[in-house]
Design a binder for this molecule. Sequence first.
Ligand code: 5RP
Length: 262
Amino acid sequence: MAGELSPIDKAKFVAAKRAAQFVEDGMRVGLGTGSTAAWLVRCLGEMVRDEGLRIKGVPTSTRTAQLAREVGIEVISLDEAKWLDLTIDGADEFDGELNLIKGGGGALLQEKIVATASDQMVVIADIGKEVETLGAFPLPIEVIPFGWQTTQALVEETLISMDVLGRTSTLRMNGEVPFITDEGNYIMDLHLNRIGNPRQLSLVINQMPGVVENGLFIDICDAVIIGFGDGRFEVRDINEGTVDRDRVDFVESDNVFSDLTD
Ligand code: 5RP
């Protein structure tokens, strides 16, 4: 089954498979959103089913909640969990300090709340997500629909004094209508090309009325697991300063491919 996947999907699966080994019996686990996180949810579902793993999952979107239930993971709300042992999620970009851009899937608000309420956040990604400087991927910000054009003008004006290369923004669409987040808000994508000072930008953007949250994750991620299409993976732990390399055996993992829908 793994042979039918594209190299990039294999890489995502490999990262997810390794990350699933971080999950221990009894843990409360934040479940990320996106195609890489979907692999993780499937791997955990397999462990629940076949190995009797007992976990409580806190999803970061309605999509992830649905998938988690489908694969047999017990789903609870963040308020029921109160605090999480671990969150595992994908990312759109990560840099050498494991600062992230997230929100490509429009779930950045719940993702940031959940990751921040966790002892540890682990990002799973293919190598294409690694960048020297954040910003080639458009930075998503979640904005209140009321007065969104005024918020957009304010954001663009503020970007003039920021250390970025581009200053345009676009409202994310879902066909002919604006994309709506799980919280009923809009997503604005900022085309910055290069973010010289992500920490400062994050603070400034979040001060604007109308902005709910931005997709920069600064000092939140503890480790990244980078998967490769040939089964290799690399685990970089920013706190320990370690890099471990090994590989995943695809043959053991055939079950998780059989009912793939994401
Ligand atoms: C969703 C996210 C995702 O984690 C990010 O977009 C990566 O997605 P994928 O794993 O599909 O590349 O932030 O809001």
